[in-house]
Design a protein around this ligand. Structure first.
Ligand SMILES: CC1=C(/C=C/C(C)=C/C=C/C(C)=C/C=O)C(C)(C)CCC1
Length: 295
């Protein structure tokens, strides 16, 4: 099957194999870690708090990114896209929906943590559920737009996965890109920056650093920044001058998000880590229990 299909233009055999393998590893690792986060939430009663519902929302979205990456890995190994042009539109939509839901849920977690640590107000179930629903509907709104004609989904340079078509650089693309990045990158980034700065000040005053306040924003900027740069570069210059293999790098970096998020939001969170440990070993960690109660 592999030999029947020619290599995509601009890629050597080794490069296609390397990208497929990277996508597969990202998909499997991210799926296992986020799957563990989701199952622990289901099984461990102590984990089922309104704040952790937002962490669950990130994990669900990240599992969606992994499914997207898995399909991309599979077709990379085939060297062609076997699902037709409708399949390409669905793949682009599904990837965008879950990626944008992951970004807005991360901003929701930042907002919740700000209130938890700085204003000492407790998140209610109704608020947490509303925020989660809003994050997903907001992501659905932006990801459905290219299907309706504002922006467009098309093949990535490797031609084995689909995303926003940045190759045209016309007015339709530019207006969509600007609106998309303001509402799905800059505003969530600003919420995270201000929230974690305030939390950092609070931790500094008390001398107790409960978690690394720099990591969530760094994750957003490092994982999504290259994609953002590529898309903005495409808005002002002819992106076709960049070699297809370099244009695949931001997509591969972005798909590390599920793995990184699992470490930052679930395993990097004292309470959640305790719950995962309890799910895996059956042992309850007393400190996590105390922390939960003093929350
Ligand atoms: C374009 C763009 C963004 C979103 C990118 C997304 C969501 C990419 C998803 C790609 C996928 C899933 C590819 C699958 O093969 C941001 C970060 C909001 C910033 C502004 C530019």
């Amino acid at each position: 099957m592999v030999t029947a299909h020619p290599l995509p233009e601009g890629f050597t055999e080794l490069e296609v194999f390397a990208i497929g393998t990277a996508l597969l590893v990202e998909a499997l690792l991210g799926f296992c870690l986020n799957g563990l986060t989701i199952i622990s939430f289901r099984k461990i009663k102590d984990l089922r708090t309104p704040s952790n519902l937002l962490v669950l929302s990130i994990a669900l979205a990240d599992c969606g990114i992994c499914i997207n990456a898995f399909i991309a890995a599979f077709s990379s190994f085939l060297r062609y896209w076997p699902y037709g042009s409708d399949g390409c539109q669905i793949h682009g939509f599904q990837g965008f929906l879950t990626a944008l839901a992951s970004i807005s849920s991360s901003a929701a977690v930042a907002w919740d943590r700000y209130h938890h640590y700085c204003t000492r107000s407790k998140l209610q179930w109704s608020t947490a559920i509303s925020m989660m629903v809003f994050a997903w509907l907001f992501a659905a709104f932006w990801s459905v737009m290219p299907l309706l004609g504002w922006g467009e989904y098309d093949y990535e340079p490797l031609r084995t996965c689909c995303t926003l078509d940045y190759s045209k650089g016309d007015r339709n693309y530019i207006t969509f890109l600007f609106a998309l990045s303001i509402f799905n990158f800059m505003i969530p980034g600003f919420i995270m920056l201000t929230a974690y700065q305030s939390i950092h000040q609070k931790f500094k005053k008390s001398g107790q650093y409960k978690f690394n306040t720099g990591l969530p924003l760094k994750t957003l900027v490092i994982c999504w920044g290259p994609y953002c740069l590529l898309c903005f570069y495409a808005a002002v210059e002819n992106v076709m001058f960049i070699s297809p293999k370099y244009r695949m790098i931001p997509a591969v970096i972005a798909k590390t998000v599920p793995t990184v998020d699992a470490f930052v939001y679930a395993l990097g969170n004292e309470n959640y880590r305790g719950g995962i440990w309890q799910f895996l070993t059956g042992q309850k960690i007393e400190k996590a229990e105390v922390d939960n109660k003093t929350k």
